[in-house]
Design a protein around this ligand. Structure first.
Ligand SMILES: [Zn+2]
Length: 140
């Protein structure tokens, strides 16, 4: 892990969320915190930063089929990782920063305005994960 702050910010965020709710369990802290580290499991593969690991799509489907607080927090864990990966300096939005999408059988990084699109993708997924949690908390 080149970014240990993903873990510690996850610990703080999910501890605070649990303290605000009535259901404080170690599961609702430990699993979402682990999910803040999940996207970088592909860090040493050619598929690093593809849209499936650095995005909530897969976890959104899991939440839709099983809309409980834990799966909503799993989405937020991945979304938080996406948010923490955002680099606002446009000159640094290149190389491994770029999100890969499937295109003609291979994962390709965005072309053209790829840095901005990658930033928007990361931000959109973070906002999506927050929206999922808001929807989940209204259901409870
Ligand atoms: Zn990452």
């Amino acid at each position: 892990m080149d970014k240990p702050y993903h873990f510690w910010i996850g610990v703080i965020v999910f501890t605070v969320i649990n303290l605000m709710s009535s259901q404080i369990t170690i599961t609702l802290i430990a699993i979402p915190v682990a999910m803040t580290l999940f996207p970088d499991l592909d860090a040493n593969t050619p598929y690093h930063r593809n849209f499936l690991t650095h995005g909530i799509l897969v976890w959104l489907v899991v939440w839709l089929f099983n809309p409980i607080l834990l799966t909503a927090l799993v989405c937020l864990g991945v979304g938080l990782h996406c948010f923490l990966d955002i680099n606002i300096h446009s000159e640094q939005q290149k190389g491994f920063y770029l999100i890969k999408f499937r295109k003609k059988g291979l994962f390709k990084r965005f072309k053209g305005r790829q840095g901005l699109l990658s930033t928007l993708w990361l931000l959109f997924n973070f906002i999506g994960s927050v929206v999922i949690l808001v929807i989940q908390l209204k259901v409870i």
